[in-house]
Design a protein around this ligand. Structure first.
Ligand SMILES: *[C@@H]1O[C@H](CO)[C@@H](O)[C@H](O)[C@H]1NC(C)=O
Ligand SMILES: *[C@@H]1O[C@H](CO)[C@@H](O)[C@H](O)[C@H]1NC(C)=O
Length: 994
């Protein structure tokens, strides 16, 4: 009863609220709500991050919205996968102070309405794709403290108005596409602490006014086109800790006093400029310094005293004109944090002091190549157990290589070529089991090639050329399937035959056994070395015929078999290879010279000094072949059989095509552009076909969004119910057409169980006459790995350890196939969990080849890739650090992304997790927990089922090795594949209870 009474009493009150016009302030909080909805409506939200943004919830509790009272004061939408433009309605959120949109895919301009937000303090748009200019009226926001536009596509000049923001502390503009000069008004910002203008395409001189920034601690002007000298005032800002002007065209002498005037300096990066004069001697007072990088300048004179630089970690002087003897190394023995030491390519002389042994045990890189250093290597080098890269090449070092080096079990890259080292290589490599590259070429080493090298399963490169090695080639070395860069044993005195184990070198790009005394025949197993691009067997005593099975070496570009005793005729497969150089001279070959392929280019072929060739193209000036008629006769009988078959087949095709065309004429089939440029023959579909297959591109068929467009589920053929995924490219997005081409090229020719198959492309126009491009893939029923890892939805059960491991192995198979499986290597460029698709049996396939690149040549691409880059951005968290610096993609880059995916799969942490930032990233997070802290970091959903933690440890170790910062240190994908397979094999017995 009482309840009823209160209900009745409250009724009028209820009506009161309904009918009374809202109070005046209400209209503003309504504006806020409407503005937020407008912002949402201009975005695609593939991760459904903004589902809370609906009218049933008060807007102050929407994700990322922070209110004071009932008004929005902060909007924080970082790393939510948002795609689209930033609505100008943002300008109506009039009390907004903080906007953080970092790590999304916002496109289009920064709306000028943002300058209506007069209370704005923080504007963080880092890592998006904003274009256009910085709004000039930015000075309308006088409270701005932080402006971070790092990693966008902003252009135009940096507005002078920026200098009128009296509270500005942070300018983060690095990695954009501005033009022009640094406005000198920036010198007015007396509160400025961070100025970061790296990779901004700026030029001109650095304004003197910057010397007035009395609070500056972080200065980054690297990778621009700055000229002139550094204003002296900058060297007097005593608060500076980080000073980076590297990669510009700056010149002049660095003031001798900087060690005194910059007492807080921790990082000094001057590399790749035109600085000259001596290295300032006062640097010896900069006792807080951690990194000194002066490489690639014209610095002269000696190395200053380094005794007091006890915190130094990196010391880089390479490629200068420094003259000194190596005794300065003694002054670094107090520097207990030293990790990297590189004084290569200078004019250093003298010998390595014994005090080398007292350098910090943390030293992992020691590089003195290309100097004039003589004497022997002090045996104390064995104390530096963390050494990982040692480059002593191109010096005058001699004596025996000290046995103590065998203790250096962390060594990956050992470069000692072009010296005068002598003696034998007994068990030198002892514990260096991680070695991936060994260069000992051009020394005076003798004795046998150590067969112990055969146990170094990470070896990518072995160069022992130009020494005095004798004996035969150990089979063990030929079994090193990890070898992928080069195996060079040339210019020695090796004897015996080429071991048939050579067939294990399936990943090898270059094999050089020339100038030895090798005898016997060319082993037919060589045909298994399918990655070979260069093969040199010249100047040996090889005999017999050139094996016809070598026709499998489809990637071969250079082949030198000259100066042997080879006999028989030139096998015809040679004209089918894409050879650029072929040398068969000075053998005992004879018979008909082919006249296609490389044989059409006289300058690419050497055939001199053989017994009797005939035929070939005219310029070769060989007589016509006598037996020509008889061979033609044979051919003609073949033709007699073939021609009728071909004619009949041809007729059938014509009829079929005719029928097909007639049938399709009735449909409004738009013109399909020729795909010469794509070079792929695929089932062609029209716009109308796809419109039908996707229910008119209906929203309910959408299965995902990519950066360049949407993906729809499509039923291609109602009867057969061929289900496919159709990616429709949004051609308004910059780069979308390029992606289309890249994907067609990359995927058109390849077929592999672990790569998503492209079934069709549609390059056409829609009914309105607009260009329409779409890619049609096999449909993968289980969607992306990303969903399985991160979706809390019931449909996605947690994956078991075995499932995860199988998926990882599938991905590794896919990547290896891309890199090495076909004649040209394909680099994916954008590997991440959302690009890994799972079919109904949970077999993983690598998909989305939008950033893929075909590397024309494996060798340079292994480390640098072809220099041309087309604005590769990849995906934050998965792109390797070096892409930022060089902008070109590489196999090692793919390996990095794979490593991150692997770590993500077993920790269930995205690399963009809030835990990470600054120094901490997923790689370090995991590596610091290895081997004993795993419980803390692994995915809590993982069912261990009695399994030992060390299994997870070994999986994570692979992920860590793949995601190392230095591309050279990353594990080769072939090895990754082997190790994952090993772990899986050990786990299989457990599979029932896991
Ligand atoms: C808007 O303001 C009015 C009056 O202050 C308040 O009653 C209402 O709940 C507010 N709306 C929201 C969505 O906060
Ligand atoms: C806005 O950002 C500033 C600077 O980072 C910070 O101090 C302040 O607390 C933030 N305010 C809000 C409302 O988040």
């Amino acid at each position: 009863m009482a309840n009823l009474m209160t209900f009745l009493l409250s009724l009028p009150l209820f009506f009161f609220f309904l009918t009374v016009p809202p109070p005046a302030t209400c209209s503003t909080n309504q504006t806020d709500q409407l503005s937020l909805l407008a912002i949402k409506s201009s975005l695609q939200d593939p991760q459904r991050a903004l589902t809370s943004w609906n009218q049933s919830l008060p807007f102050c509790s929407w994700r990322g919205v922070q209110c004071r009272g009932d008004r929005v004061v902060a909007l924080t939408l970082s790393a939510l996968g948002l795609v689209g433009s930033l609505s100008p309605h943002i300008g109506n959120l009039s009390l907004l102070t903080n906007i953080t949109l970092r790590d999304n895919s916002f496109q289009g301009p920064i709306p000028p309405q943002i300058t209506l937000l007069t209370r704005l303090q923080l504007l963080d748009l880092r890592n998006n794709s904003f274009t256009g200019e910085i709004p000039k009226n930015i000075s309308n926001c006088p409270d701005l403290v932080q402006l971070d536009f790092t990693m966008n596509l902003l252009s135009g000049a940096i507005p002078n108005e920026l200098g009128f923001l009296p509270k500005l502390e942070v300018i983060g503009f690095s990695r954009n596409r501005f033009s022009g000069l640094i406005p000198s008004s920036i010198g007015n910002l007396t509160t400025l602490q961070r100025l970061s203008l790296g990779s901004c395409r700026l030029s001109g001189e650095i304004p003197d006014s910057l010397g007035r920034l009395r609070r500056l601690s972080f200065l980054q002007l690297s990778e621009n086109g700055f000229t002139g000298s550094i204003p002296h005032g900058l060297f007097n800002i005593s608060t500076i800790k980080y000073f980076d002007v590297s990669v510009n065209s700056l010149e002049g002498v660095i003031p001798s006093t900087i060690g005194v005037t910059l007492p807080n300096i921790a990082v000094l990066l001057l590399e790749r400029n035109l600085f000259s004069g001596p290295i300032p001697s006062s640097i010896s007072n900069a006792s807080l310094i951690e990194w000194i990088v002066l490489s690639s300048n014209n610095f002269t004179g000696p190395v200053p005293n380094l005794e007091r630089l006890t915190l130094i970690q990196d010391f880089f002087l390479h490629s200068n004109l420094i003259e000194d003897d190596m005794s300065f190394i003694s002054s670094l023995t107090n520097s207990t944090k030293l990790e990297r030491f590189d004084v290569s390519e200078n004019m250093l002389s003298g010998s390595l002091p014994e005090s080398l042994a007292n350098l910090s045990v943390l030293v992992n890189m020691f590089d003195i190549h290309k100097n004039q250093i003589h004497g022997s290597i002090p045996s104390g080098i064995g104390n530096l157990v963390n050494l990982d890269v040692v480059d002593l090449s191109h010096n005058l070092l001699d004596g025996l290589i000290p046995m103590s080096m065998s203790k250096l079990s962390n060594m990956h890259n050992l470069f000692m070529g072009r010296n005068r080292f002598g003696g034998e290589l007994p068990s030198l490599f002892g514990n260096m089991t991680l070695l991936s590259r060994i260069q000992l070429d051009g020394n005076e080493l003798s004795g046998n090639v150590p067969s112990s090298l055969g146990s170094f399963s990470s070896l990518l490169e072995l160069d022992l050329s130009e020494n005095k090695f004798t004996g035969s080639i150990p089979q063990e070395i030929m079994r090193l399937s990890s070898l992928s860069i080069v195996l060079n044993l040339s210019h020695n005195a090796l004897e015996g035959s080429i071991p048939s184990e050579v067939g294990s070198l399936r990943n090898l790009a270059a094999l050089d056994l020339s100038s030895n005394r090798l005898s016997g025949v060319i082993p037919t197993s060589l045909s298994s070395c399918v990655s070979l691009q260069r093969l040199y067997l010249d100047e040996n005593l090889l005999q017999g015929e050139i094996p016809a099975v070598m026709s499998s070496l489809m990637g071969l570009q250079e082949l030198d078999l000259s100066r042997n005793n080879l006999s028989g005729s030139i096998p015809s497969f040679l004209e089918n290879l894409k050879l650029q150089k072929l040398n068969l001279s000075f053998n005992r070959l004879q018979g008909e010279v082919p006249s296609r392929g490389v044989f059409t280019n006289v300058s690419s072929v050497s055939l001199d000094g053989n017994q009797g060739f005939c035929g070939g193209i005219g310029e070769l000036k060989f007589p016509a072949c006598k037996g020509a008629e008889s061979s033609k006769g044979k051919l003609s009988t073949l033709w007699k059989i073939l021609i009728p078959i071909l004619v009949f087949g041809g007729l059938c095709i014509v009829v079929l095509v005719f029928l097909k065309c007639k049938k399709t004429e009735e449909k409004p089939r738009p013109v399909v552009s020729s795909d010469d440029t794509i070079g792929v023959q695929l089932l062609r579909l029209s716009y109308a076909d796809l419109l039908k297959a996707t229910n008119g591109f209906s929203e309910s068929n959408v299965v995902g969004f990519g950066r360049f467009g949407s993906v729809y589920e499509a039923v291609l053929d109602d009867e057969k119910a061929i289900v496919a995924a159709v990616k429709v490219l949004n051609l308004d997005v910059r780069g979308a057409s390029k992606t289309f081409m890249a994907e067609c090229r990359a995927l058109g020719g390849i077929r592999h169980r672990n790569l998503v198959k492209l079934v069709s492309v549609c390059d056409s126009v829609d009914f309105k006459g607009n260009d329409f491009k779409a890619l049609v893939y096999e449909f993968k029923a289980n969607g992306s790995l990303d969903k399985w890892l991160h979706n809390s939805n019931e449909d996605f059960k947690s994956l078991s350890i075995i499932q995860r491991l199988n998926i990882a192995l599938d991905i590794a198979h896919g990547i290896k196939y891309l890199h090495f499986g076909s004649a040209s290597s394909i680099i994916h460029g954008d590997l991440k969990p959302s690009n890994i698709l799972l079919d109904h049996d949970m077999v993983a396939c690598v998909g989305d080849f939008g950033l893929a690149k075909i590397a024309s040549n494996v060798l340079p691409s292994l480390y640098e890739s072809n220099a041309s880059s087309f604005g590769i951005k990849g995906t934050l968290g998965y792109v390797p650090p070096e892409y930022g610096a060089f902008g070109s993609i590489s196999m090692q880059g793919d390996v990095y992304s794979f490593g991150i995916i692997l770590l993500e799969m077993f920790t269930n942490k995205r690399p963009t997790n809030d835990l990470f930032g600054g120094e901490v990233n997923l790689h370090r997070y995991v590596s610091s927990a290895l081997p004993n802290g795993l419980m803390e970091i692994i995915d809590p959903e993982l069912e261990m089922g009695g399994l030992k933690m060390e299994f997870i440890g070994s999986i994570l170790n692979i992920g860590v090795s793949c995601s190392k910062e230095n591309p050279r240190d990353r594990m080769p994908i072939t090895l990754v594949e082997n190790e994952l397979a090993d772990i899986l094999a050990q786990l299989q017995p457990f599979s029932l209870d896991v």
